[in-house]
Design a protein around this ligand. Structure first.
Ligand SMILES: [Zn+2]
Length: 319
């Protein structure tokens, strides 16, 4: 099989019948492309391919949103889609939402999400990602996402779900191609749309970004606001502050003892005693937003089990 395009299509693929026992548990693939400049396709290779694959050299990617057409009211769902990748434990890539832009699906040094037509994504195409590559080395220096504006985009989980498709496209921006895994639960990087279950990553997706960073360890001076830092201070938050109460240990026995498997969310430098507009605040109101309000729908939790329960590891973005 040699799929080269990253277009997310509405058309359902015919899934070959195969014995469950023959299906690999991991089948993530990476994007390989030796051309320079703007690219919207690439070969689908394994993470250990001897010729390598596309990747960033920095751990932090700043994103901007052009709200023209259907972007209004989609900011929070984009935060959440970025965050599923930022919150992969054991991988240090942080995707940060940096506000609005008039930039679009063009090479200009700005990583932009936009809503358009006639940008290589029309008809059954839902969305398309471009990577700007520097050679040699398959280094990603910019990425843009365009959503097909002819499609009706929602934030409530019905078709077509912005969060789900954005999470898939942000995976492409990290150099991840479509998975070969055909069994359920479907990975977010499945080539064809399968509804709002794609909002959360599967192990196959998480393994892809972990393997990418293991192969090309990114330069990492500090973790941006809203990113995930290790509690043991192998790295540090750029702001110098962690969100109160956000510490989460994958092995609960480490909490208060070795802290070995523990992580925390980096907070924003407070303005006085409150979090500034665009900053990160804890959901439990140990601190609060200076504006008195958070962006609707922007709450996300380092431990997904906290969402809607005790909210301990959850944050939101201040208006
Ligand atoms: Zn895709």
């Amino acid at each position: 099989m040699n799929r080269t395009h990253w277009v997310r299509s509405i058309v359902c693929a015919t899934v070959a019948t195969m014995l469950a026992s023959a299906a690999p548990s991991h089948a993530y693939r990476m994007i390989q492309n030796f051309n320079s400049g703007r690219q919207t396709s690439g070969s689908q290779v394994t993470c250990n391919d001897p010729n390598g694959f596309t990747h960033w050299t920095s751990a932090n990617t700043n994103w901007y949103h052009n709200v023209s057409n259907q972007g209004s009211g989609k900011d929070a769902t984009l935060y959440n889609a970025m965050n599923v990748w930022t919150f992969v434990l054991g991988a240090d890539h942080s995707l940060s939402y940096r506000g609005r832009t008039t930039a679009g699906f063009t090479t200009d040094g700005i990583n932009a999400v936009s809503w358009g037509t006639g940008q290589g994504c029309s008809g059954s195409c839902l969305a398309l990602t471009a990577l700007v590559l520097q050679q040699p080395g398959q280094v990603i220096v910019e990425s843009d996402i365009t959503f097909n504006n002819a499609v009706t985009w929602t934030t409530n989980g019905s078709n077509y779900d912005t969060w789900s498709v954005a999470a898939h496209e942000f995976g492409h921006t990290l150099g991840i191609h479509h998975t070969e895994l055909t069994s359920t639960p479907y990975p977010t990087m499945r080539a064809t749309y399968f509804g709002s279950d794609a909002r959360t990553l599967e192990t196959d997706d998480q393994s892809a970004i972990q393997c990418s960073q293991g192969t090309y360890p990114p330069s990492l001076s500090c973790i941006p606001d809203g990113g995930v830092d290790d509690t043991l201070s192998n790295t540090d938050c750029c702001s110098g502050v962690a969100v109160q109460g956000s510490t989460y240990c994958t092995n609960p026995a480490d909490y208060g003892t070795t802290w070995a498997s523990c992580f925390q969310i980096c907070g924003s430098v407070p303005t006085g005693s409150c979090a500034p507009s665009g900053g990160v605040d804890d959901t439990l109101s140990l601190t609060s937003c200076c504006s008195g309000a958070a962006v609707s729908g922007s709450t996300r939790c380092l431990d997904p089990a906290d969402y809607g329960t005790d909210w301990t590891s959850c944050i939101h973005t201040c208006l």
